[in-house]
Design a protein around this ligand. Structure first.
Ligand SMILES: NC(=O)c1ccc[n+]([C@@H]2O[C@H](COP(=O)([O-])OP(=O)(O)OC[C@H]3O[C@@H](n4cnc5c(N)ncnc54)[C@H](OP(=O)(O)O)[C@@H]3O)[C@@H](O)[C@H]2O)c1
Length: 340
């Protein structure tokens, strides 16, 4: 049994971590932080936790050394100031934010508009997308969980790219997310009357997940990868749908078999039947990614759906935790969600 703290437990990703870790047989919940809600019953913010006896504490009041692992579910440019201290206290860290995903401190500064506060840890951080990684999770002190869009896109592209069967310079990722992707903080453009019954693109000038996707696809390709990434906001609560357009380098490839073989043994990736149109509802509240493939008009098109708060954030974080501790990868992480 290990004890886990969650910094940023009052946010959407933090609340989803609480839900998953309460059901995890190897984890005891420790400090659950919120500055705004310090002292309050967690159920006063999230009534689904009624009766669990959980309270928020201020992050400055936490004794890190009393914990084995600390999850950071905080906005970007928050964990990077605190993680060195938490590691020095002997904890392991699973960060759900973008702070340790990019290998290059300058790229981080360029995209996030702030100098990295702990660049010495970037080389050590293990990128947390277990299906696409042979990194040493068991020996890791610091996991940088993949972003939500990057998870949906990278899982869609990896098998074809790793086999050298598509052009790494010709990748288009057309993506849609629900409103919970932006977190719990109130923002006018995310209210029902602004975002409901409407649909729009955003971030056309460049989205912060673009360099992360390019970094990881380049690693997988073993060559520079160029991705045109366009996100959209749709009026739903959870879910990401990515339609990824790839350019095959040869004809006659059995993509269905290639993808099925690549993800054989991966408990959370399903390559759906030919002709399928995976829906975000198919993976809601689960850690699964559903993929479907088509080849047409000179393109391989991959449809990919995830739940942004589970496979895109907290489920993936617990999957990474399981790898760190050598527990079965699906311990406490649901592969199947509810329908309807
Ligand atoms: N939402 C998603 O679908 C999703 C998916 C993948 C990754 N992520 C990433 O996960 C992280 C959390 O996202 P979220 O959607 O859960 O955000 P959120 O709902 O806005 O929650 C943010 C949490 O961080 C705390 N916090 C904010 N500033 C802090 C600071 N300076 N020090 C300590 N705690 C602080 C907040 O509580 P207090 O302000 O009360 O302390 C709150 O608990 C972000 O980095 C996000 O990019 C989110």
């Amino acid at each position: 049994m290990i004890t886990a703290a969650i910094v940023g437990a009052s946010g959407y990703a933090g609340a989803e971590l609480i839900r998953l870790l309460l059901a995890h047989p190897q984890v005891r919940l420790g400090a659950l932080t919120s500055r705004a809600e310090a002292g309050a019953d967690v159920a006063s913010v999230y009534p689904n936790f009624s009766g669990q006896g959980l309270r928020f504490v201020d992050p400055d009041a936490v004794d890190w050394a009393a914990h084995d692992v600390v999850f950071f579910a905080t906005p970007h440019a928050t964990a990077m100031y605190k993680v060195p201290e938490v590691l020095d206290a002997g904890c392991r860290v699973v960060d759900l934010s973008a702070d340790f995903r990019l290998r290059d401190a300058q790229t981080f500064a360029d995209w996030y508009g702030v100098e990295h506060a702990a660049p010495q840890l970037l080389a050590e951080a293990v990128y947390g997308l277990p299906e696409l990684s042979d990194a040493d999770f068991a020996g890791a002190r610091l996991i940088a969980c993949a972003g939500c869009y990057p998870t949906a896109v990278e899982l869609a592209v990896a098998p074809a790219l790793a086999a050298g069967l598509v052009d790494p310079q010709d990748i288009i990722a057309d993506c849609k997310t629900g409103l919970s992707g932006a977190g719990r903080g109130s923002k006018v453009h995310l209210t029902l009357s602004e975002a409901g019954d409407s649909f729009s693109a955003y971030g056309s000038a460049g989205h912060r997940h673009q360099p992360e996707i390019a970094q990881e696809l380049s690693r997988i390709a073993g060559a520079p990868a160029a991705v045109y990434f366009q996100p959209h906001l749709v009026p739903m609560i959870r879910g990401i749908h990515a339609t990824v357009y790839l350019r095959p380098r040869q004809s006659g490839v059995d993509w269905q078999q290639l993808y099925a073989d690549y993800y054989a043994g991966a408990p959370f990736v399903r390559v759906r039947e030919p002709g399928a149109h995976p829906a975000t509802r198919d993976v809601r509240a689960s850690n699964s990614t559903h993929l479907a493939l088509r080849e047409r008009d000179g393109r391989l098109v991959v449809l990919s759906v995830i739940d942004n708060l589970v496979k895109g954030a907290s489920g993936q974080a617990v999957q990474c935790l399981n790898r760190m501790y050598g527990w079965p990868e699906d311990t406490g992480v649901p592969a199947i969600g509810p329908l309807p």
